[in-house]
Design a protein around this ligand. Structure first.
Ligand SMILES: Nc1ncnc2c1ncn2[C@@H]1O[C@H](COP(=O)(O)OP(=O)(O)OP(=O)(O)O)[C@@H](O)[C@H]1O
Ligand SMILES: [Mg+2]
Length: 357
């Protein structure tokens, strides 16, 4: 397993009486693509700025390769940041923009020129040295901002929603380019986004945040398939999240009907949340289903049909390549493996971070 590079320990941050980060613990491994994912205002930028040294935490410390860097200035950290609102110097050429940090460090002209060429090649903009920022598209400007960070050879690149301003096609191209850069340069990436699809595509590790708390840390597969609570399940893709009762091991009562599942260890007759992905619901003949319902809404989504099936007073979201017209009576079946059981939050703190529908 890759070695631990950064350890953020018990980080808390308030602005006035607004507690933005609450005793947050997180470690980052060498050469990892780690993404901070969460809704607007949850504290992603604040955490990234604390890591970059642009903001001081009220409590906690940051260890970088065994050294305490909590109070180190940004330029003394082996990190480089591409900010949420990228800013190139408009009165300077592209070459001068990229050279900026290296000039401050007193590097030689030959070294700097080499680096500019190399960085422009990496971001697929060879030959753009003498252009000005305002003659470039948004995506090209963003790539220059990344090139400017890369020439400093940081161990870690901090990127705050670097693709937020780009349109979909360009975003996707840039996502591939960033993954390629990470693999080619062996840099550790800490990436901020509120776009769950982007996080699932790009990351080795996803940290799901809400209201200053970490909700779950895991691989994209972990987070998607095994969300630990209703917030994560709701935030990562569409889901049916239902209040349920764990009757006994491997049996859960959802909307008054017993469904076989595979989970154990929740106790008997305990309140839980059951999560079922829309693609995991099988629509079958009425008498073959565990529950019966009627199709109340239908949209064609290109790859699949999205249907709403009303059953036991709940509107189930169903994705299927089979089409059932509105009004069809159907049976609902779910493979036991596709039912994810989550414990109900116990403390008030935990309760506070669950988004109510
Ligand atoms: N300098 C500041 N002074 C006061 N409050 C701040 C300051 N910076 C951030 N905040 C508050 O801290 C909270 C977290 O902000 P932050 O910018 O970290 O969120 P974010 O997760 O990056 O959101 P977004 O996705 O919108 O960029 C917000 O409530 C914000 O208003
Ligand atoms: Mg932000």
């Amino acid at each position: 397993m890759a070695k631990k590079l950064i350890d953020m320990i018990n980080i808390s941050k308030s602005y006035g009486d607004n507690l933005v980060l609450d005793e947050l613990n997180l470690y980052i491994k060498e050469n990892e693509f780690l993404t901070l994912l969460g809704p607007s205002g949850c504290g992603k930028t604040t955490l990234l700025r604390i890591l970059g040294g642009f903001e001081t935490a009220n409590e906690g410390k940051i260890i970088f390769e065994g050294n305490d860097i909590t109070n180190l200035a940004p330029n003394k950290r082996q990190l480089n940041t591409v900010f949420q609102k990228y800013a190139l110097f408009s009165h300077m050429s592209i070459a001068e923009n990229i050279a900026f940090g290296l000039k401050i460090k007193g590097k030689s002209k030959a070294y700097i020129n080499d680096k500019i060429k190399y960085a422009l090649k990496l971001v697929n903009l060879d030959g753009y040295e003498n252009r000005t920022p305002d003659s470039l598209s948004g995506g090209q400007q963003q790539r220059i901002a990344i090139a400017r960070a890369i020439v400093n050879e940081p161990k870690v690149l901090l990127l705050d929603e670097p693709l937020g301003a780009l349109d979909l096609k360009l975003r996707q191209d840039m996502q591939y380019e960033l993954i390629r850069l990470k693999n080619e340069l062996g840099i550790t990436f800490v990436y901020v986004t509120h776009d769950q699809e982007e996080a699932l595509t790009m990351s080795d590790t996803i940290v799901v945040m809400n209201q200053g708390y970490i909700q779950q840390i895991g691989t994209p597969e972990d987070i998607y398939n095994e969300p630990e609570n209703a917030f994560v399940a709701d935030f990562i893709g569409d889901s049916n999240i239902l209040p349920a009762t764990m009757v006994e091991d491997k049996l859960v009562k959802i909307l008054g009907v017993n469904f076989p599942c595979v989970d154990t260890g929740f106790g008997r007759n305990k309140p839980v949340d059951a999560v079922i992905r829309p693609e995991d619901i099988d629509l079958v003949k009425v008498d073959e289903g565990i529950m019966q319902g009627v199709v109340t809404h239908l949209i064609f989504k290109g790859v699949h049909y999205e249907m709403e099936v009303t059953a036991n007073n709940y509107k189930w979201l169903v994705h299927s390549t089979d089409m059932f017209p509105v009004g069809t009576e159907v049976g609902i079946k779910v493979d036991p493996f596709d039912i994810q059981i989550m414990k109900k939050p116990e403390s008030e703190d935990e309760e506070a971070v669950i988004v109510e529908e």
